[in-house]
Design a protein around this ligand. Sequence first.
Ligand code: PHE
Length: 476
Amino acid sequence: MENQKRDNWSSNIGFLMAAIGSAVGLGNIWGFPYKMGANGGFAFLVIYLFLAALIGLGIMVTEIALGRKTGKGVVGTYRELSSKFTWIGYVGLIVPVMILFFYTVLGAYCVEYMCLNLGDLGFNVVDMSGGDLFGSMLTNPFGGVIFTLIVLVLAYLIVRGGIKGGIEKFNKVGMPALAIMLVITVIRSLTLKGASAGLKFMFMPNFEPLKENFVGVVSVAAGQMFFSLSLAMGIMVTYGSYLSKKENIVKNSIIIVLSDTIIAIMAGLAVLPAAFALGGNDAAMAGPKLLFITLQDVFNSMGTIGPLFGTLFYLLVVLATITSIISLTEVAVTFYADNCHKKNKEPDRVKATAVVCIILFIGASIVAIDGLGSNGLWVPFQNSLGVVGSFNDCWLDFIDFIAEGLLMPFGALVTSIMVGWVIGPDKVREEVEINGTHKFSAYGFYKFCIRFFIPVAMIFILIGQIDSFLGLGIFG
Ligand code: PHE
């Protein structure tokens, strides 16, 4: 069964582009800048970098190494390492599917905005405010479902082409294009009059939030880091399983973490100064509001050139989203392919991708129809806690809470215990050093992190995530 040929990245750059493509997404563009500004500015950045170095990097190395070691997707990898942990492989399979249920819908809204701005080029017909536009989009379930379908068809067309011929090819063009568009938007944003208010919001050190609720801030930073680096979702295991034994895992992991962070900061420079320059306040910078209301107002206020920047910007966001969506989709497709290999059958990738995308479409349709709770759809546990703004307001929040709030940190906790104490961190070292050319020089540090620091931190993060999603106020 092992002699069947598995696909591979054609080069290390191809792998890096795909991994960075997975990491860079909505988390960078709407999550990071706002969370940084609202949770201590520069002080938050320091905490984030600290967590990324101590936890994110360690888990990144672990996931890539384990995937490459077994040459299997997430379920196969955990099964092979220790059959007692197969179930955590299934968690790593379910989380990306759940995330996709809402992530594709958010991607669909971005496509809608891109089309609107594109249609507006030279005509300036969009005279609706960002708020009205978003409202009408949310309350149009049919439009939401159709655009979600478009996003999924795009993902299908890319993923069915395979690792080399689909995912790598798309990322190799998409990521450099994204970088160029990002630089253009940063320059535009920073040269607007009044841009400095955004810079101040983002970078000015503010220790108040830290004093008030230190564990809360750390937990926000940690949740952001996991999501942004695409960790604990089987992605890096899956992508790592296609990586050549020649490549340097530790160096690659550092490049991925650094690139993701730099792009998050750049995204902040692209959006916040513009939003503040055109009269936004702190409240207008949060979550979906920033992307779908505040920024559209920014483009509306730029005059005839506005739709051009609008199109460029939303195209950039669509690209970032698609490169993330295909990585999440690949987790399930690889799972299917591995199962075929196990049964000595040649996997039919096209069929597998189609099946995965159809399942995704069904789940995502619920989220699209729900329109962030705008359409009165029944939601599990809705308002049962009576906490306004907690996870149970809409389908997106509900799914996000289960996936990102609970399963992700839990999966990372169990993985660190498994690697640290059951199979042993030496297995990771063996894989990193496999061809004798790459020494794992920080192994002592890694061993300490994976055995002690990460499990303890993960317990706090798990409690912190539950706390912040449910609005319980355990930490302050
Ligand atoms: N990391 C991506 C982001 O920052 C999102 C993502 C999450 C992608 C999970 C894959 C897996 O938006």
